[in-house]
Design a protein around this ligand. Structure first.
Ligand SMILES: Cc1cc2nc3c(=O)[nH]c(=O)nc-3n(C[C@H](O)[C@H](O)[C@H](O)COP(=O)(O)OP(=O)(O)OC[C@H]3O[C@@H](n4cnc5c(N)ncnc54)[C@H](O)[C@@H]3O)c2cc1C
Length: 469
């Protein structure tokens, strides 16, 4: 029986979990209050406790931990290595190198953490394939490798012929493979992090929503349920909800849906397709198609860049069955040549920043109030690094994480509404027309190519690496 729309969350949570959810029922004092019990908030809480066991850490979530993006994403553990060129452009070579290397290492650190603490979340570090699923994408793959190679950072290899069959689809003309990646069942990971955080002494209150805060050295945080938390620091790890909670971020992101479909178990078909592994397969278009399998033989396929919410409201549309199921089914047929038996569709909000990178820091004039958001659809591994950044900031540590280029940077802004939504849909539709033409081996119109170029850093694979490094 379905209780929650996202398949993963529904699968991960049992009735004991629901009974155990505790909300805040009186006023409390704490050292570090974290708003948001997704990956970012929970990694931050865990890292604080690991570094300073005596610190009192409290996490509040307006729903259940993991009900945001963390419990409903594709579970693809990807790194920033395919964004090396745009990282160099934005932050310089040394910081780009730092982010690429640490994101690759983070994949293995997350895996080790799940093993050490016994989190059963189907964590499979089987690598990843980025593919060209039409002829126009073929030219995009090699330059990314060459740039990494030039800086002795390359762990990718070109894949064709027999090895290409591991991507399971004849639509993939070519691929690059990296071993530093994998997949997880995201809701099982986030619920596991919640369990470990509690074990380490973090206090977690669910169904407890942040409303406002005031004060100076000691902050006074009010919850929507009418209680007060007095805290030395406050951290917003609220992802898509940041623009509605803090108006200074109203134009720092656009919220856009990522839409997902999962099949019923089809292990025999997946075996025939060489798909009994945990490596996500991602094509090289701007609004990627990506798919991965589960150990029990299901296939999940996701596609980003669909519904843009007006004024960045996290509307109910983000918590329903996907309105784009026809498009998802079209992608399934594109890769597998036929319809597959569908179990469920769902969706969720991605917080796209102008740069395509997350941002962290302190609120102006409030140096004990922190934030982290803007993962732009690449957050499973990156929120672990977000935990390193935020915990270093909260503990006032002067280290490579608190000093890194993602902290307190100048944030570019998207246009005001209604221009933002109109522009987003215009560009989205041009990208769709361009990619549809390329799928059919046709040349897209010049206008659509030009409009698609305005999407900036939206792609998972840097579109243009010429002239960098
Ligand atoms: C459909 C989808 C697919 C994706 N697929 C991938 C993928 O395959 N790979 C990848 O790397 N990334 C993917 N991402 C991105 C990734 O899921 C996110 O970047 C990551 O989960 C962000 O974690 P978070 O903890 O910052 O946010 P969230 O998990 O969204 O957590 C924020 C929490 O804040 C809580 N909150 C909000 N407002 C309040 C309030 N007022 N008071 C208290 N609590 C509040 C929410 O309830 C929520 O639990 C995907 C995202 C989506 C939506």
């Amino acid at each position: 029986m379905k209780r929650f729309q996202p398949f993963w969350f529904d699968e991960a949570i049992d009735s004991a979990d629901l009974d155990l959810a505790k909300s805040l029922e009186h006023d409390i004092d704490t050292d570090a209050c974290i708003v948001g019990g997704g990956f970012t908030g929970l990694w931050t809480a865990i890292m604080l406790k690991q570094a300073r066991p005596a610190l009192d850490v409290t996490v509040i979530d307006k729903g259940l931990c993991g009900q945001g993006a963390s419990g409903r994403n594709g579970g693809a553990m990807l790194t920033w290595s395919t964004k090396f060129a745009s990282l160099i452009k934005q932050f310089g070579l040394e910081q780009a190198r730092f982010f690429v290397q640490n994101s690759e290492q983070a994949v293995h650190e997350i895996h080790q953490f799940t093993q050490r603490y016994g989190i059963d979340c189907d964590c499979r570090v089987d690598g990843t394939y980025y593919t060209a699923s039409n002829q126009a994408q073929v030219v995009k793959l090699a330059p990314v490798l060459e740039l990494l190679e030039k800086h002795r950072l390359n762990h990718w290899q070109l894949v064709d012929g027999h090895k290409l069959q591991a991507t399971g689809s004849n639509a993939n003309k070519r691929a690059i493979f990296s071993p530093h990646a994998g997949s997880i069942q995201p809701a099982k990971l986030v619920r596991g992090l919640r369990r470990i955080a509690i074990k380490l002494g973090v206090r977690i209150f669910e169904h407890t929503a942040y409303q406002s805060h005031g004060g100076g050295e000691t902050l006074v945080i009010s919850t929507q349920q009418g209680h007060t938390i007095r805290a030395t620091s406050l951290t917003f790890a609220v992802n898509a909800w940041l623009p509605s909670l803090l108006s200074e971020f109203a134009r720092s992101v656009v919220l856009v849906s990522s839409d997902m479909v999962i099949t019923k178990p089809i292990p025999a078909l997946l075996s025939k397709r060489n798909l009994r592994h945990g490596a996500p397969i991602i094509d090289a278009r701007i609004f990627v198609n990506y798919y991965r399998t589960t150990p029990d033989g299901r296939l999940m396929l996701g596609k980003g860049g669909n519904y843009f919410s007006f004024a960045n409201q996290v509307s109910r549309r983000f918590d329903q069955a996907s309105r784009y199921s026809e498009m998802l089914e079209h992608s399934v047929k594109y890769f597998f040549g036929k319809a597959l038996p569908i179990e469920r569709t769902w969706t969720g909000p991605s917080d796209r920043s102008v740069s395509g990178m997350p941002f962290f820091g302190q609120l102006t004039g409030q140096d004990n109030v922190f934030y982290g958001s803007g993962y732009s659809g690449n957050g499973v591994v990156q929120s672990y690094l977000g935990g390193k950044i935020l915990s270093a900031l909260i503990m006032k540590q002067n280290n490579a994480w608190s000093r890194c280029a993602l902290v307190n940077g100048q944030l570019s802004k998207f246009p005001f509404e209604p221009f933002r939504s109109v522009g987003a849909y215009t560009i989205r539709n041009a990208i769709r027309r361009k990619e549809r033409a390329q799928d059919m081996g046709k040349v897209p119109s010049k206008l659509d190519i030009w409009l698609s170029g305005l999407s900036g850093s939206a792609a998972k694979l840097d579109p243009d690496v010429k002239g960098f490094g």
